[in-house]
Design a protein around this ligand. Structure first.
Ligand code: PLP
Length: 348
């Protein structure tokens, strides 16, 4: 991609998932939030008669702090991880290194604000593994996802920690880490002056329409990040959801879901192994897989003709039209997908 590629960087899986198609493009676990969460949100509707209170904000931050073994002043509730990306320019980086292929919103937010960015594109032949020494020394901000959308690779926490140094901010987008058993390799608990971790409620809890997430970092860093936010930046329903999703029963549920994703992904990988001509990133740890097929656009269209939507890969820096991202679903759906893919590849 060259020139002004921002239109392509703005592409997201929800556009690929047209109505009526079996959706393997969007990576949200549930079609709607679970009953217990809907009940909590319904109860909180009465709170909409007043402005979100400092007490409700504090209660949400306390719940997050307890969940991650942090202090409440190390938490900033956000309107989704996406708001965290939009706020990054407030940290006034001079050169931001973006680890790719990865979710493109951070790059867009930084470029739109006039921040100089440099892409560090990981090598497919090396399994898209992170090597901290590939990041330019001059970068005073580094942004990466863990696990990474769209490669599904989970980087070792120790390798990410090597990126930390005085005068540099390391932003780790952990929007999908609650789908990893034990939240292995998460840095959410780590208090380091330059570390900013972004988390999301969207994927695990079926909440893309609410816009809920949070940042974890040093209080001074969070103050700087939120410098230009409006008053009442998140609404009362978001505060309620954040609090509820940090409770022990919610963590238990998310861990059960993580174990289930692991099992279903292994099943899908096994089925895909029988398909000739399809490369898959097999070190996957997220609830989606990155595939490479001989002709991505043709295969995507053939899949659509068979009622299946997948996410195009070529809008991610470092990938091309041969790449497709596929959500891991329940075994029966995964089998239907593999059947449609086999058919699409063989017959076009
Ligand atoms: C890797 C990644 N990070 C962050 C986000 C945005 O999360 P949120 O819905 O919390 O803004 C997405 C959404 O697609 C994503 O894929």
């Amino acid at each position: 991609m060259s020139g002004d590629d921002r239109e392509l960087l703005r592409h997201h899986g929800d556009v690929d998932a047209a109505r009526g198609l079996a959706d393997f493009a969007v990576n949200v676990r549930l079609e709607r939030p679970p009953e217990w969460l809907r009940a909590r949100l319904a109860e909180a509707l009465d709170d909409l008669g007043s402005y979100p209170s400092a007490e409700a904000d504090e209660a949400a931050r306390r719940a997050v702090a307890t969940r991650h073994d942090r202090r409440p002043d190390e938490v900033l509730v956000l309107a989704g991880a996406a708001e965290g990306f939009a706020l990054l320019p407030a940290l006034r980086p001079k050169l931001a290194a973006l680890i790719h292929p990865s979710f493109t919103e951070p790059e867009l937010a930084l470029r739109n604000a006039g921040v100089e960015v440099e892409r560090v594109v990981l090598d497919p032949a090396d399994g898209y593994r992170l090597h901290a020494d590939q990041v330019p020394d001059e970068a005073d901000m580094v942004v990466l996802g863990n696990p990474t959308n769209p490669t599904s690779v989970l980087h070792p926490a120790d390798e990410i920690r090597k990126l930390l140094r005085p005068g540099r901010i390391v932003v780790v987008d952990e929007a999908f880490i609650d789908t990893v058993p034990g939240e292995r390799e998460s840095l959410a608990h780590l208090a380091e002056p330059g570390l900013l971790v972004l988390r999301s409620l969207t994927k695990m809890w079926g909440l893309p329409g609410l816009r809920a997430g949070y940042a974890l970092g040093a209080p001074e860093l969070l103050a700087e990040l939120g410098r230009n936010r409006p008053h009442w930046p998140v609404n009362s329903l978001v505060l309620t959801a954040v609090r509820a999703c940090c409770e022990p029963h919610a963590i238990d549920e998310s861990q059960r879901a993580a174990a289930e994703f692991t099992e279903h992904r292994a099943g899908l990988l096994a089925e895909l192994a029988d398909l000739p001509g399809i490369d898959v990133v097999r070190t996957a740890e997220a609830p989606f897989l990155l595939l490479r097929v001989p002709d991505g656009q043709e295969v995507r269209e053939a899949l659509r003709d068979r009622g299946v939507a997948v996410r195009r890969g070529d809008t991610f820096p470092g990938l091309d039209t041969g790449h497709l991202r596929v959500a891991v679903r329940a075994p029966e759906q995964n089998s239907l997908f593999v059947k449609a893919l086999r058919d699409a590849v063989e017959r076009g």
